[in-house]
Design a protein around this ligand. Structure first.
Ligand SMILES: Nc1nc2c(ncn2[C@@H]2O[C@H](COP(=O)(O)OP(=O)(O)OP(=O)(O)O)[C@@H](O)[C@H]2O)c(=O)[nH]1
Ligand SMILES: [Mg+2]
Length: 445
């Protein structure tokens, strides 16, 4: 998502940095190129026109062009405009009642867009956040829907309220509410039926549910790969049933991002979460600011640091920090970093979040290098891992043989490690950033 767009936009910014002064013409050209990149990402035309006009209006002013850092000013303006494009009227967080009252979240949307899967992810997340969630099976259209929700619920460790002997969804949801109150659940997540198209029966059913239980959140679940078409569908639902926010699923798929880029501006509703895979953990809060910096190719430093934080625990980071300071950082430490990269769910994902790395073509990155490095390290003795200076030519030969690589592969790895060690000594004292940087070097040499 956004990869291609981000690559193109960072090219535009890079081109600007070649000029000592920026002219009106430069700005016009840059905006035109950004516009084309966004157009190819399938952004709604009206949204795009607003973006172009407001960016030009601000960026062509004297304040920008005559400033001492016109390029930075320009980037800031574009960044602000993209954030505005991605922001709905509400905050992207869920608005739920206090812990002693039952809140209700109704998930709605077209068939196969990911409602049931998202219900499970949301239940899992809320449970982790200390809530007592209850899943409610209100899809009585599809025979297997209840069974599917039960499987999802079991996986998330959250109970499912269902009644197989009725076709009255409103009574199911009301019974679920009574059940939740009685059993101290404090948030119901209602999985509703999907339809192939926008039909009155679906809207009517949803309206009856919502006017009966007055949900705290009415969330439209939409497949991100529908592109800007998603925005139009959301609009219809909002007009007919009323929604409070959107969850975009299949963000991990190879979509261009048009849905994410258009929904908020077209509907004024916020994207609250994005689904990034099929597993229960694959739901991320959507932050317009972070998405904007990713789109602009500036890397998502905050997400990166957060990710690094959750994987590398404080104690490990502390130890690492000490070693870095005393310059005893060893290959064994480096291996620890490599392992945590794997824990983070793939190098490619990570690379895209590192500032300046969005221009790296991740497809061309040979991730087998990773495996190779690991094999090399595994062929070292503990002493060698602790002190790489021991590794002279005979040892290199032995290691190469053990790892099934060439001696020059080992040489290259040692050289890279030396470089990392040197850089690490110089960089910031912030241990989270250090950990993040380590990974960057770990991958890119
Ligand atoms: N890759 C990926 N697949 C997803 C994501 N969310 C859902 N899916 C997949 O999309 C398919 C449909 O998901 P469901 O949750 O059954 O969709 P639904 O909206 O409940 O469908 P109906 O109940 O038939 O209307 C399943 O194969 C899911 O695994 C996501 O974020 N990423
Ligand atoms: Mg479903």
């Amino acid at each position: 998502m956004f990869e291609n767009t981000s690559k193109r936009i960072s090219e535009v910014f890079k081109k600007l940095s070649g000029n000592s002064k920026i002219t009106e013409r430069n700005v016009e050209e840059a905006v035109e190129e950004i516009k084309n990149a966004l157009l190819d990402a399938d952004v709604n035309l009206r949204v795009l026109r607003r973006f172009v006009n407001s960016t030009l209006e601000e960026a062509k002013g004297e304040k920008v062009l005559k400033s001492i850092n016109p390029r930075e000013q320009f980037i800031k303006i574009v960044n602000d405009k993209i954030i505005a494009m991605l922001k709905g009227d509400d905050e992207p967080t869920l608005k739920l009642k206090g812990p002693d009252v039952v809140s209700t979240i109704v998930l709605m949307g077209l068939q196969g867009n990911g409602k049931t899967t998202t219900a499970g992810k949301l239940a899992y997340k809320l449970k982790k956040d200390g809530k007592r969630p209850l899943l409610v099976a209100a899809d009585l259209k599809r025979a297997a829907a209840i069974t599917q929700l039960k499987i999802v619920g079991e996986d998330a460790g959250v109970p499912v309220f269902a009644n197989e002997n009725t076709d009255d969804v409103v009574s199911v949801v009301n019974d679920a509410l009574a059940f939740a109150k009685k059993n101290q659940y404090n948030v119901m997540i209602v999985d509703t039926a999907g339809r192939l198209s926008l039909d009155d029966e679906l809207m009517d059913e949803l309206s009856r549910i919502t006017s009966s239980v007055h949900p705290d959140e009415k969330i439209f679940v939409s497949d991100a790969s529908l592109g800007q078409e998603a925005a139009n569908i959301v609009k219809v639902f909002d007009e007919k049933v009323g929604i409070t926010g959107v969850i975009l699923t299949k963000f991990d798929s190879d979509t261009k991002g048009g849905a994410a880029l258009s929904i908020a501006s077209v509907t004024h509703r916020s994207i609250k979460f994005v689904g990034v895979g099929e597993k229960k953990e694959d739901l991320e809060q959507f932050y317009p600011e972070r998405a904007a910096s990713r789109i602009l190719g500036m890397g998502d430093v905050v997400s990166l640091v957060e990710k690094a934080e959750s994987v590398i625990n404080e104690e490990e980071a502390e130890k690492l920090q000490k070693r870095l300071e005393s310059s005893t950082f060893s290959i064994a430490d480096y291996l620890m970093q490599l392992e945590s990269v794997n824990k983070m769910g793939g190098a490619k994902k990570l690379i895209s979040m590192i500032p300046g790395m969005s221009t790296v073509d991740t497809d061309a990155l040979n991730l087998d290098d990773f495996k190779k490095e690991k094999a090399i390290i595994y062929s070292m003795t503990k002493k060698e891992r602790d002190n790489y200076r021991l590794i002279g030519p005979p040892r290199r030969k032995r290691i190469a043989k053990g790892a099934g690589v060439s001696v020059s592969d080992v040489d290259r790895f040692i050289r890279k490690f030396e470089k990392i060690k040197l850089t690490m000594k110089k960089v910031t004292k912030n241990k989270k950033i250090q950990a993040a940087l380590l990974e960057k070097f770990g991958m890119l040499g």
